[in-house]
Design a protein around this ligand. Structure first.
Ligand SMILES: C[S@@+](CC[C@H](N)C(=O)[O-])C[C@H]1O[C@@H](n2cnc3c(N)ncnc32)[C@H](O)[C@@H]1O
Length: 312
């Protein structure tokens, strides 16, 4: 406990409070308490990481896999403040999200005007992408069979596309995102992916397959249909191998209580931050049909998220 207090630079008078925080974190499975060892000075015991807190470590072997920035973005004042305005938001009939009501602009505008938050957000998405795409390739690598070109639509700073391009060097990977996101990417002439700045509502570069990871849940049904119609224009026919690969939540896809709870919680978080929602299979099916797609396949292999292949 003393080591922890020193590492956190807490005043000695705050030690009793730290003990109370640790008690909650142990009860919620973030840390595990180790039996006090002989020689302990009685300062309050030892703790070890659990699988949950291991995911947040930013040093050593785990550095490249840490999901800490994902937690930091969710807990940033810009994201938490709109949640505290929900009571007021629920009483208004205005067509704006609680995020817009609080900050006067939507998430993507704020990301471009508050560079520090934008960077935190992009880093969070990139770390999540590295984490989940490794899993996708390991558990469902066949999804990328027969693809020679892929555009990661609204692909952020390229975290997901780089994992695909590294695992399958024959796939030419391109990332499309808004200009302010492209401007934040340091030039790297040896990069395995290409970048295109643009608005997916207007134009999507052509490819055998398009990836939409954690994108459609940010948008209303109407906008999803618009985006998917644009996507359909950018891929070849089903016979020629065209498809869309979506990585998102399919509510009800898992029988595990923890995954179900996470899906429901994400639905609420998304509804505070964006006009989007987490969809069940019926809701996905309906927007695919409206956008002119004829077939889809859901693979619930990513914990609370799924891979959905959608064919023209
Ligand atoms: C939740 S993030 C997902 C990023 C990435 N797919 C990932 O999972 O790491 C949504 C992304 O959509 C991008 N975006 C929002 N509106 C867009 C638009 N109209 N055209 C292209 N990208 C857009 C944002 O800049 C952001 O990078």
């Amino acid at each position: 406990m003393d080591d922890l207090r020193a590492a956190l630079s807490l005043h000695p008078s705050k030690l009793p409070f730290l003990r109370r925080v640790m008690r909650v974190l142990v009860a919620s499975g973030i840390f595990a308490q180790v039996e006090e060892e002989e020689g302990d000075d009685g300062a309050g015991g030892y703790y070890r990481l659990t699988p949950v807190s291991s995911l947040l470590v930013t040093t050593g072997d785990r550095a490249g896999r840490s999901l800490l920035s994902m937690v930091l973005v969710q807990l940033s004042p810009l994201c938490v403040m709109p949640a505290t305005s929900m009571a007021e938001w629920l009483k208004t009939g205005k067509e704006e999200t609680a995020f817009e009501m609080t900050h006067g602009a939507g998430m993507w505008r704020i990301c471009s005007h508050a560079p520090e938050f934008g960077q935190l957000f992009n880093n969070a998405m990139a770390t999540d992408s590295r984490f989940i795409m490794d899993m996708a390739i390991h558990r469902a690598g066949q999804v990328f069979d027969k693809i020679t070109s892929l555009v990661d639509v609204a692909g952020g700073t390229g975290g997901a596309a780089r994992v695909v391009a590294t695992a399958f060097p024959h796939i030419k990977c391109t990332v499309l995102d808004l200009p302010h996101v492209m401007d934040s990417i340091p030039a790297d002439h040896g990069d395995v992916v290409q970048f295109v700045a643009g608005d997916m509502m207007d134009f999507i570069p052509k490819a055998d397959a398009l990836l939409l990871k954690f994108v459609l849940h940010d948008w209303s049904d109407e906008d999803c249909i618009k985006i998917l119609k644009r996507c359909k224009e950018a891929i070849p026919s089903r016979d020629a191998g065209g498809k869309i690969i979506i990585i998102d939540v399919v509510v009800g896809s898992s029988s595990q209580a923890m995954c179900q709870g996470t899906q429901q919680l994400f639905d609420l978080i998304i509804s505070v931050l964006t006009p989007g929602k987490e969809r069940d299979e019926e809701e996905w099916c309906s927007i695919f049909k409206e956008a002119g797609f004829t077939k889809y396949k859901i693979s619930p292999v990513l914990g609370f998220r799924s891979i959905i292949e959608v064919f023209p």
